[in-house]
Design a protein around this ligand. Structure first.
Ligand SMILES: [Zn+2]
Length: 596
């Protein structure tokens, strides 16, 4: 299969392929376009012919030509490869059977794991009794526990692992299924989930593909559990959280029937809602609503109700979900439950109240108008201004001019100001997301520590122009770089040493998905930021960054030695003190050299 992929990639050019879908413009060395995956007016989508990769700086998506076709057509890897194989005239023999076989093990393992967890919950133990009591208190019915195959993970470090091995599964496959993690000292594996309430997550066909788990601290166990309230399965070959909706397999027929669905926030909310007549409820797990979710939904219904708790509907994250739905021409309504009361709570005290909330949900724009007009006095000029400032960026976001004009008229009427004035303001307004994005980006930027920023900048240049990579490798050991970049850097060194260029580094089979994504993001950022910078400035920049990074690394080493020296001083070990002092002196000299 790898050979097919290689062959197809070699025969096709990413620029030709992407151009066949969208309008790519050549701009100094690379290609740009308005991103097809998010709504924008200035192009932040870039394609590199040299590296055969693409990346969008607006929505952070990126990959190779296969992933572009996957993303654009809303299809999986196999289907995308088929399309491209045809274009490249490469026959795909024996391809589908090999791929199928590969995954069936992972499905089996997850299915067995769900059974294992469910059985523990059914056993008569102290822990299971307490969990069942908790579920009963939250009014999760016995039938729901069975339908949703709720479970309990074992108290031992390797309960599941040992069970699956005796069932004949290999450690490698169990690891690939996301159920075990490597021990810190690399001496084997332990269970990912221990002492937790387990919720199996199923794919659209109802096969268990992953788990989400809730801590039982305070319910069964006293001690603080490692890993926080919720732990989820990682991304695996069969599980992608950005494409999976919790409860979909049990909700989809009802969704088709009722022609709408309700997206709630938690697993418990879904289960509770399914205990009422609102069985068309699903939840996202550990992510916001994505375009993939919406594309899945659209195949069944065009109407979605997003359930929010309190003011959350007004947040930027919520607006992202809303705008994605708009982008796909979905009708969106908002359901707002009282602050601090999630759907499961409402249903617990009165299931009919939940159905009433669903009935009372309102279209998004009406929600925004209501929310903003509740807070202002329309007789005051300054309040009118606030309403305009808040609503125009949202109206600006609407897809068609017809919709924009519609709501602009309502706004003009409500405020009793001439429509033309608002229209002029609208033309000058920035849309809600663009405005919020810059603010958020800045905060994120500030938070990133300087070591990360420094490493990012250095890699951006080195990935952009390979002559800097030679310099980097000769001057900088991997352990001088911040830990999160070390593995990628090591792999770059291995690959570059062998091939003397990084053109096809994206295909390097040693790369994890995360590293591949990092590589794409950094090399495209390099092209974007350094393309128009003069060679001599770039060289200076690079040297300066390396010196700074070296200095920071030396500072950290020096601080460690100073701590050691303090300890040695208390123990009266003169020889040791001298040795450490000597090392500190050496570092001081190096720092001095760097500064001069
Ligand atoms: Zn984008």
């Amino acid at each position: 299969m790898t050979n097919h992929v290689e062959e197809i990639k070699n025969k096709l050019d990413i620029v030709d392929i992407v151009s066949s879908y969208i309008n790519l413009q050549q701009a100094s060395g690379n290609f740009r376009a308005n991103c097809p995956f998010h709504n924008e007016k200035t192009p932040s989508f870039m394609v590199s012919r040299e590296k055969q990769i693409w990346h969008c700086f607006g929505c952070d998506k990126g990959g190779d030509l296969i992933s572009f076709v996957e993303e654009y057509e809303g299809i999986d890897f196999k289907e995308a490869l088929k399309i491209l194989a045809e274009k490249a005239n490469v026959p795909l023999t024996g391809f589908s059977s090999a791929k199928k076989e590969d995954h069936s093990k992972l499905y089996e393992i997850n299915k067995e794991a769900a059974k294992f967890f469910h059985n523990i919950l059914e056993q008569d133990t102290e822990a299971s009794k307490k969990v069942l009591k908790y579920l009963d208190k939250r009014q999760v019915k016995k039938g729901s526990i069975i339908n949703w195959q709720l479970g309990l993970s074992s108290e031992s470090w390797d309960g599941l692992l040992r069970y699956l091995v005796t069932e004949g599964y290999g450690e490698e496959d169990i690891f690939k299924a996301g159920l075990i993690v490597k021990k810190k000292d690399n001496s084997g594996y332990v269970d990912r989930f221990r002492k937790r309430l387990m919720f199996p997550i199923s794919d659209t066909q109802g096969r268990v593909v992953a788990f989400t788990s809730r801590t039982l601290t305070g319910i069964v166990y006293d001690e603080e559990e490692f890993g926080g309230k919720y732990i989820n399965s990682p991304q695996t070959a069969i599980y992608d959280k950005s494409k999976t909706l919790y409860g979909w397999h049990l909700a989809k027929d009802v969704i088709r029937q009722k022609k709408y669905l309700i997206v709630v926030e938690g697993n418990m909310d879904v289960i509770a809602s399914h205990q009422t007549s609102a069985k068309n409820s699903v939840a996202v797990s550990g992510t916001a609503l994505t375009l993939d979710h919406i594309k899945l939904i659209k195949r069944y219904a065009n109407n979605v109700i997003l359930a929010f708790d309190g003011d959350a509907a007004g947040s930027r994250a919520s607006f992202r979900s809303i705008s994605l739905c708009w982008q796909e021409d979905m009708n969106v309504k908002i359901l707002v439950s009282p602050k601090g009361k999630d759907p499961a709570d409402i249903i617990k005290s009165n299931p009919d109240e939940w159905l009433q909330f669903i009935k009372d949900s309102i279209p998004v724009m009406d929600y925004y108008f209501k929310r903003i007009f509740q807070a202002i006095d329309i007789n005051r000029a300054d309040h009118k201004k606030v309403a305009v400032q808040k609503l125009l960026p949202i109206i600006k976001y609407l897809k068609t001019e017809i919709e924009q004009v519609h709501y602009l008229k309502i706004l003009a009427d409500k405020l009793n100001v001439p429509f033309e004035i608002l229209k002029k303001d609208l033309d000058q307004a920035t849309s809600f997301l663009e405005k919020q994005d810059t603010v958020v980006q800045k905060v994120v930027q500030d938070k990133k520590d300087s070591a990360t920023l420094l490493a990012e900048r250095i890699f951006m240049i080195a990935f952009f122009k390979n002559q800097y990579l030679d310099k980097l490798i000769s001057e900088l050991d991997p352990d001088m770089i911040i830990e999160s970049f070390q593995d990628l850097y090591k792999k770059v060194i291995i690959y570059y040493t062998k091939h003397q260029n990084l053109e096809k580094f994206g295909n390097f089979e040693e790369l994890s998905d995360e590293e591949k994504e990092m590589w794409i993001r950094l090399s495209m950022s390099g092209e974007k930021d350094y393309n128009e910078i003069k060679e001599v400035d770039l060289a200076n920049d690079f040297q300066h960054l390396i010196s700074r990074l070296k200095k920071e690394s030396l500072d950290i080493q020096r601080q460690g030695l100073i701590n050691q020296l303090r300890q040695a001083e208390t123990s009266d070990d003169q020889a040791k003190q001298d040795e450490i002092s000597h090392k500190i002196n050496l570092i001081n000299k190096e720092v001095y050299k760097l500064q001069s």
